[in-house]
Design a protein around this ligand. Structure first.
Ligand SMILES: Nc1ncnc2c1ncn2[C@@H]1O[C@H](COP(=O)(O)OP(=O)(O)OP(=O)(O)O)[C@@H](O)[C@H]1O
Ligand SMILES: [Mg+2]
Length: 503
């Protein structure tokens, strides 16, 4: 247990003297200073009077003001106050209200003393983590990035230069890259800086429109040209006259439509579906795809002549995993924007959380990172994003690391918990102070499993945790030979490699 946790003051608010007494005993046995309040009113007064306790344990049902009301008063007086609610009635309403009014968590009566202690430690760890990031310095100021494209890696600098070079002309640009790498963002940036900025930018997702409708969508149609064409309709090319059209997912476009796009590019003219009139249009085309167009040309599923027409300038968007140095900047950018839009109150990130975010491979690239930041910022309880706020698949990248850190152990399990991440939800932790097995004792398998089961009594994802531990141990025991370890574990080598990548 850290010194910080040891000297922590905990205020127990409950109208039941027996519960106050038993909680006091459990908590003071761990070195916490306990202050008791026999009613909500008195508890709130103590918090207001100060100095504020490090943690409040608050009963929900009390005579006088109830716990939910007391929680609101406490948080109004001190928005940073950590509160754990205690209830004998685990109704959805209590849980929802508890979290809505900013409780750290809630715990069911009758208590399991170990759970109370584990939750207390988790809350105090959160408090210490939040305190530790109080002098956080963001890597960027989002106001300096009006373009919305963040990144100082050399690959991104090259992208910026190319954007600059193609804005002055009407050259056709082909943007390639995995999903979520910022293809549309770049297309918009080219348009915004071009002489066409005053005219429309229209994005068409070629993959989302059925083949039989895409031509009408792009070129419009005349009344009666097909069933359902009840009137004349202008297509995107005509609506976009003078502007820039962004043909997204062009690799998904049918060959027949490709021919017509070629005609627009070559002659600058279109014909509405069912029409005979040739209409001149002045539209700049920017295309994007995450498919391998060269392969498609070879397989004759993409017209070679169109390929050359589109591919005059190519911008390759790098996947996020190839520019991990940009991740902290993008994280700060997202958080500052969420803050400005009043969608979240978080403006800082703990070093552990940033490290987990930087290590994740981000198959969904910036879009996935953006979503993760949003989800995590919304559930974060303070003004900083901590590891415990991150989704499990991202936290698990940290798990192996902190577990393998020799500094994280002084031989006692309680001490390891102080170094573990976000004790309520993170998979890697042994925060419950279970007595060690007798020195020198040999446990049989059953006893050993009972011990592990007890040690992990507060684990929410028990199987996942045990799987994770067994994988780490087996790989180590087999001298990092993945094939041998996979055989022992009963996985295929590929499956184990995949699991190791996400661990
Ligand atoms: N460099 C960046 N800096 C900040 N935000 C970015 C960056 N790149 C992408 N984004 C954001 O990520 C999200 C995805 O970007 P965008 O839609 O441009 O990707 P895409 O490559 O077109 O994806 P898809 O192939 O899935 O259509 C957007 O919300 C965008 O604002
Ligand atoms: Mg896109």
């Amino acid at each position: 247990m850290s010194d910080l946790a040891k000297s922590a003051t905990i205020l127990v608010i409950d109208d039941d003297a027996e519960i106050r007494y038993s909680l006091s005993r459990v908590l003071s046995s761990r070195g916490y200073q306990v202050v008791e309040a026999p009613s909500g009113e008195q508890g709130v007064a103590l918090v207001k009077k100060g100095p504020p306790p490090d943690l409040v344990l608050l009963d929900v049902r009390m005579s006088g003001i109830g716990g939910i009301e007391a929680l609101q008063l406490i948080r109004a007086a001190n928005p940073r106050q950590l509160v754990i609610l205690m209830t004998a009635f685990g109704t959805a309403q209590t849980a929802i209200e508890a979290m809505k009014y900013g409780a750290f968590d809630y715990i069911m009566k009758p208590f399991d003393p170990q759970k109370v202690l584990a939750l207390t430690e988790a809350a105090l760890k959160t408090r210490a983590d939040l305190h530790a990031v109080s002098d956080y310095k963001p890597t960027i100021n989002a106001d300096d990035y009006r373009e919305g494209i963040v990144g100082s890696s050399s690959v991104m600098q090259d992208v910026f230069k190319t954007i600059g070079q193609v804005t002055a002309s009407d050259v056709t640009v082909m943007i390639t890259g995995e999903s979520g790498t910022g293809k549309e963002l770049v297309a918009r940036s080219i348009w915004k800086h071009s002489h066409r900025a005053g005219k429309p930018f229209i994005a068409v997702n070629c993959a989302a429109i059925p083949d039989n409708l895409i031509e009408s969508e792009l070129f419009g149609h005349e009344k009666g040209s097909f069933t359902g064409a009840t009137g004349q309709r202008l297509g995107k090319f005509e609506l976009c006259d003078g502007g820039t059209i962004f043909l997204d997912e062009i690799g998904d476009m049918a060959l027949a439509t490709q021919t017509k796009i070629l005609r627009v590019l070559q002659a600058g003219e279109i014909q509405r579906v069912g029409g005979t009139e040739t209409i001149k249009v002045d539209v700049r085309v920017i295309a994007a795809t995450n498919k391998d167009l060269e392969e498609m040309v070879k397989a004759k599923t993409f017209r070679e002549d169109l390929y050359y027409r589109l591919n005059v300038v190519r911008i390759k968007m790098p996947p996020l995993r190839d520019r991990t140095d940009d991740i902290p900047q993008i994280v700060d950018f997202c958080l500052q924007n969420l803050f400005k839009q009043k969608k979240a109150r978080v403006s800082k990130v703990s070093p552990e959380a940033m490290s987990a975010l930087t290590r994740h491979p981000w198959p969904g690239n910036v879009r996935e990172l953006e979503n993760v930041i949003y989800r995590s910022a919304v559930i974060a309880q303070g003004d900083a994003l901590l590891v415990k706020d991150l989704p499990a698949e991202i936290r698990s990248a940290m798990a192996g690391i902190s577990e393998g850190n020799p500094a994280a152990s002084d031989g006692s399990m309680g001490a390891r918990a102080d170094h573990a991440n976000g004790a309520t939800t993170a998979p890697a932790r042994l925060e419950v102070p279970v007595p060690p097995p007798p020195a020198g004792a040999t446990l049989n398998l059953d006893e050993a499993l009972d011990f592990v089961y007890q040690a992990l009594s507060s684990e929410e994802r028990l199987l996942q945790r045990i799987e994770h531990e067994m994988i780490l141990r087996t790989v180590k025991a087999e001298g990092n030979d993945v094939a041998k370890a996979a055989k022992r574990l009963g996985f295929t080598k590929a499956a184990l490699q995949k699991l190791l990548k996400t661990k």
